[in-house]
Design a protein around this ligand. Structure first.
Ligand SMILES: [Zn+2]
Length: 387
């Protein structure tokens, strides 16, 4: 996104007294028209880079892995980094998408990880390695990578099977910071080659990783369910956005977070992966936009027809308790008082849109069944071709 104009805003108007003094907010430029692309009008908008949920490869869907961009003027923030987003950044025209070579990562300010399932994080490796040639090498200040910390204890063995061998028993549940450090080591051959042969900067100077710190009483029992009730906690703040987070219910994964972004234009909440969650409803109170995961129970029933083995039945119950059904997501958005409900992270991703539209039941606001590269305005204004 290029900067076409800038106007000074008082930060206090956005975040209240005590926040950073003043900042520039920019109005998104209207890039040259091209077929199919939707030009955002509002300063803050969300681009759905990928909308598929789960790690399976399923025929019949061209949705990319789960990832979204919150765009505020000429900067953007990623929520999750599922498979395929590297090229989606280009298609979404983020950052310097129109320069040769394209450098879409030059507008990236931070990446937020809801939880550490691979379908939410697998393209971090591409972003932070190949990205050296797509604008990451000019990151100043460094890109902030923010996500769950080490859960500290392995989850219980599910389904009555024997205890499996533990992967990396010396550190079996690394959090976000450790994952980043391990990723640097795993790609050290490439990083050292790029620095010596191409003059690229050290990844240590381009990305700063942080684990979200939970109050100790909330982190005490990672295997406890349901998630403890809590109030939102501060996660991140700069001159464009304030981000808060809350624990959601995606057991046995822990911690799993939902995030809320507040900007001068409005508010947008990401549910992360969760079953219906009172914490999420608290976080999303009155949000302009709620992006929520959704699962088709019919697809689960078809995938595991009865009679089921005890293990199959266990897996079915596991899926049902870790995600939100089409029938439940509308009432969640209604209880939160969200103005707009956007479905994404479709489990499974290949079901027809008409099935997902049943989520309108129980929700009096506007329902959008998300598609890859949809642009969702946050707050005021909506122009033709947008959602
Ligand atoms: Zn998950």
């Amino acid at each position: 996104m290029n900067e076409s104009s800038a106007r000074a805003v008082t930060r206090r108007a956005l975040l209240g007294a005590g926040a950073a003094t003043a900042a520039l907010a920019t109005t998104a430029a209207a890039p040259a028209a091209a077929s199919g692309h939707r030009t955002p009008r509002s300063n803050t908008h969300v681009v759905l880079l990928g909308t598929a949920g789960g790690p399976s490869l399923l025929q019949g869907s061209d949705r990319h892995g789960i990832s979204s961009a919150v765009v505020v003027g000429d900067r953007y923030y990623l929520v999750d980094a599922g498979h395929g987003i590297y090229h989606q950044l280009l298609k979404a025209r983020l950052g310097n998408w129109n320069k040769l070579p394209a450098e879409p990562l030059d507008g990236l300010r931070a990446v937020f990880l809801t939880h550490l399932h691979s379908d939410h994080v697998s393209d971090l490796a591409t972003l932070f390695t190949s990205g050296l040639f797509a604008g990451l090498d000019r990151a100043d200040p460094p890109v902030q990578l923010i996500g769950p910390g080490d859960r500290g204890v392995l989850p219980p063995v599910f389904g009555g099977v024997p205890e499996p061998a533990i992967v990396a028993p010396e550190e079996p549940t690394p959090g976000t910071t450790a994952m980043w450090h391990h990723l640097i080591r795993a790609f050290a051959t490439d990083y050292n080659d790029r620095s010596r042969d191409n003059g690229k900067p050290s990844p240590h100077n381009l990305v700063e990783a942080h684990d979200i710190v939970l109050p100790s009483e909330l982190a005490a029992d990672p295997n406890g369910t349901p998630h403890p009730a809590m109030n939102p906690i501060d996660v991140y703040e700069d001159d464009r956005v304030k981000v808060t987070g809350i624990l959601v219910q995606h057991a046995p994964i822990f911690p799993a977070f939902a995030f809320r972004f507040d900007t001068e234009d409005g508010s947008v909440v990401f549910s992360g992966d969760t079953s219906p969650s009172d914490n999420l409803i608290r976080l999303a109170d009155g949000a302009d936009v709620l992006l929520h995961e959704v699962m088709s129970v019919a697809a689960v029933e078809e995938g595991f027809p009865k009679p089921r083995t005890p293990q199959q039945e266990g897996l079915v119950q596991h899926l049902l308790s870790a995600h939100t059904s089409i029938e439940d997501v509308g009432p969640v958005a209604e209880r939160a008082g969200a103005k707009k409900l956007v479905l994404h992270h479709f489990v499974p991703p290949h079901r027809p849109e008409r099935e997902w539209r049943n989520a309108q039941k129980g929700f009096s606001g506007r329902l959008i069944v998300g598609q890859d590269l949809d642009v969702i305005n946050v707050g005021t204004g909506r122009s033709r071709g947008q959602r």
